[in-house]
Design a protein around this ligand. Structure first.
Ligand code: CUA
Length: 328
């Protein structure tokens, strides 16, 4: 079973055009600034060693021989050229930074795949838009995109300020309540990457993760078509009891199951929860035991989460978890 720690999350191993521009900029700054730092450190070292020899009475003959005005002129020339070089370097970096920013924020392709992402305390709601309402697909904490096709994310927040960040794809983008924002990128290689909230948003800010999957167009279409289907019918007695409990008890107050009477949108949509590798916004692997632990008392795993503890019996918890596991 996939653990959150196994998934790549690294801005310097770009998997999208935009993240590539950011990584190139980072490396350019790194090498230029390292070179400047080393040059300054070497100059300082030379100056200090000359000075200490001078203090010891072993001064350089050429400095002693120079008149004060000659020394002054030389100092002025050195300082002036250093200032000019510094300004030139900073200005060049500024221009390159500006050009990279322009490339990253160029207007998106009108045919881009639109995905609406809503930040909640503390999970991500993900919705694949479609002009036909019945074709809209909602999921949580897992975003799939096809490689090579521009993706436009429409970002919103339902409560406080969050920040969307998948380092392998793009830089950060804030989700400010009442101010929808967009960001776009083109994934250029397949893989699974980890994203997370990058703006402090309360007690469980650090546990607001998501899995980002870049895949072949055909795999993506397959995934999207499967995700649009209604929740699978239970096939065993235990699963049937699980669904009954889900519909008749508190679960239905917050969660939705496509094709059933569960239509609440306060918590993640669970229509295909079994297809997700992690639960609780990337906190724990999606296993039977973890699902039981999570439903019994989410506060123990994620203190402060909106999901309240439950009073289900062990049998009920087993049935509920069995039903969740059947929702592929
Ligand atoms: Cu959401 Cu930090």
């Amino acid at each position: 079973m996939l653990a959150a720690a196994d998934v790549m999350q690294n801005a310097l191993q770009p998997a999208a055009r935009e993240a590539g521009h950011i990584a190139n900029l980072w490396w350019l700054f790194f090498w230029v600034l390292t070179t400047v730092f080393v040059a300054v450190a070497v100059a300082l070292f030379i100056a200090l060693s000359k000075r200490s020899r001078h203090d010891a009475g072993d001064a350089q003959p050429d400095i002693i021989a120079d008149s004060p005005s000659q020394t002054n002129r030389r100092t002025t020339a050195v300082v002036t050229s250093c200032v000019i070089i510094t300004v030139l370097i900073l200005f060049t970096l500024l221009v390159i930074d500006f050009l990279a920013g322009n490339k990253i924020y160029a207007k998106p392709d009108p045919n881009a795949l639109a995905i609406r992402v809503r930040g909640h305390q503390w999970w991500w709601e993900v919705q694949y838009s479609n002009p036909t309402p019945s074709e809209i697909m909602t999921t949580a904490n897992e975003i799939h995109v096809p490689v090579g096709r521009p993706v436009k994310l429409e970002l919103e927040s339902t409560d406080v300020i969050h920040s969307f960040w998948v380092p392998n794809m793009h830089g950060k983008k804030d989700l400010v309540p009442g101010h929808p924002a967009t960001t776009w990128f083109v994934a250029n290689r397949e893989g699974e990457f980890r994203g997370q909230c990058a703006e402090y948003c309360g007690e469980q800010h650090a546990h607001m993760r998501m899995i980002f999957v870049a895949q072949k167009q055909s795999d993506f279409e397959q995934w999207l078509a499967a995700s649009k289907k209604s929740a699978l019918e239970p096939t065993t007695e235990t699963q049937r009891r699980g669904r009954e409990l889900f519909i008749s008890r508190q679960c239905v107050m917050c969660h939705a199951l496509e094709g059933t009477d569960a239509r609440a949108v306060l918590g993640p949509d669970l229509t295909h929860v079994a297809s997700r590798s992690l639960i609780a916004a990337g906190e724990i692997p999606n296993t039977h035991d973890n699902m039981v632990r999570w439903i019994r008392n989410p506060q123990k795993i994620k203190p402060g989460t909106q999901m309240p503890p439950s009073d289900f019996s062990d049998d009920d918890l087993n049935a509920l978890a069995a039903y969740m596991e059947s929702l592929k």
